[in-house]
Design a protein around this ligand. Structure first.
Ligand SMILES: Cc1ncc(COP(=O)(O)O)c(C=O)c1O
Length: 400
């Protein structure tokens, strides 16, 4: 049986439920078809002057226009990258090194490692100072706390729109207003948020219902969270801003990112974002209903379970818990054996023994942080699924 809204459950199997969409979403059929069309069209480098090259270039430009339109941006504002990690590196290194007002950066302790490590690199190699603004127990950043650390030499503020581990959505417009009032640039990692909520960068085509991106200078998105292929993404960056490239070479992407374009992945990325934009509102409502049911049942029936992240300001398909008197790893194994693919937090933290730095930053004790379990829905759960998840969690806790 296939569960879900729309076509986004492609790739799910009858006997397994994939509840790890924040790690990577199921490939959308539209994305697969678009990639196959490019792959079957024959060899073509978008930089070649012959007809095949021209065709590939048109494919890239059509994809750029489609991605821009779905995200409320102008085509010229997109730099296509190899994914979210590269786009975050490009945002932070590229903006900080191109035109620094000074050598001060502001971020938070719950950012993706590609943000935090890029800031640390600037600190280590280029003598920047980094202010890490604390978060509260829900993982929320107080805009006033950002305002309090801003300085005349602050070049860039980077705060993710939504956290991957606990799903908390930040008050980005207020944070951006603080930064802009002091003349600092604002970057947001919207890799998780843009795939689950209507997000607009604020350029042409801004939809009134969308999250108001106005005031944001740069925004990161990644194809595979929308149901596109892995290894593609984009940095949306205001056209007038100078950005220092990370990759030097043939001058693709208007000199902002050299390297022959991954045409098939870019086409798949565009097809996925377009399909996502069409259904994002209804999908968010359906996921939130299902997520709420799961959260209510787990909190009511699993002793010692506690929701992590903000109780309401969170991504619609995101339910994350810590479980007193359980071991996170054994919960994941038990859920996997029962047919549920879940994770302990962010995919990049999985497999590591240390507790998640993001959960520690929310004041969760290290032993408790190690019991983290994250369910991220690609499609709504049915009643049986919820029943089975709750029963696996209960029996794991009882058996300890
Ligand atoms: C919030 C966030 N930022 C950045 C990334 C990295 O994106 P990619 O996997 O495309 O490199 C991820 C991936 O999980 C993420 O969740």
């Amino acid at each position: 049986m296939i569960h879900g809204v729309g076509s986004h459950e492609a790739g799910s199997r009858a006997d397994r439920r994939y509840l790890d969409a924040a790690a990577t979403a199921p490939l959308r059929p539209e994305a697969r078809a678009a990639m196959i069309e490019v792959l079957d069209a024959g060899p073509a480098n978008p930089s070649s002057v012959h007809q095949a090259g021209h065709r590939a270039q048109q494919t890239v430009e059509a994809a750029r226009a489609a991605i821009a339109s779905a995200l409320g941006a102008r085509p010229g504002e997109l730099v296509l990258t190899s994914g979210g990690t590269e786009a975050n590196n490009l945002a932070i290194l590229g903006l900080a090194l191109a035109a620094p007002r000074g050598r001060h950066l502001v971020t938070t302790p719950i950012e993706h490692p590609s943000v935090l490590e890029s800031c640390r690199f600037l600190e280590r190699v280029h003598g920047f100072e980094v202010s890490v603004v604390p978060v509260d127990e829900h993982g929320s950043v107080d805009p006033a706390a950002v305002g309090a650390v801003l300085r005349d030499d602050t070049t860039l503020v980077s705060v993710g729109l939504a956290n991957a581990e606990v799903g908390t959505v930040q008050a980005l417009p207020e944070i951006a207003a603080e930064a802009r009032a002091r003349g600092a640039l604002v970057h947001t990692d919207a890799v998780q948020a843009a795939a689950s909520l209507p997000v607009s960068f604020g350029g042409a085509g801004l939809s009134a219902a969308a999250w108001p991106g106005a005031g944001i200078d740069a925004m990161t998105v990644a194809s595979h969270k929308f149901g596109g292929p892995q290894g593609a993404g984009a940095l949306l960056v205001r056209a007038q801003l100078r950005i220092e490239p990370l990759l030097h070479g043939g001058g693709q992407e208007s000199g902002r990112r050299s390297g022959t374009e991954n045409v098939a992945a870019i086409a798949g990325f565009a097809a996925a974002v377009t399909a996502s934009a069409r259904e994002i509102g209804t999908r968010a409502l359906a996921l939130a209903r299902s997520r709420d049911e799961l959260v209510e049942r787990v909190l009511a029936e699993v002793p010692g379970a506690r929701l992590t992240g903000h109780p309401t300001e969170r991504l619609p398909g995101h339910a994350s818990f810590v479980m007193a008197s359980a071991s996170g790893e054994s919960l994941l194994v038990a859920l996997d054996a029962a047919g549920f693919a879940v994770s302990s937090g962010s995919a990049c933290a999985a497999g590591k023994d240390e507790p998640s730095p993001a959960l520690l930053a929310m004041g969760i004790a290290p032993e408790l942080a190690q019991t983290a379990v994250r369910f991220t829905l690609a499609s709504p759960l049915d009643g049986d699924d919820v029943e089975r998840v709750v029963s696996v969690l209960r029996s794991e806790i009882r058996s300890r």
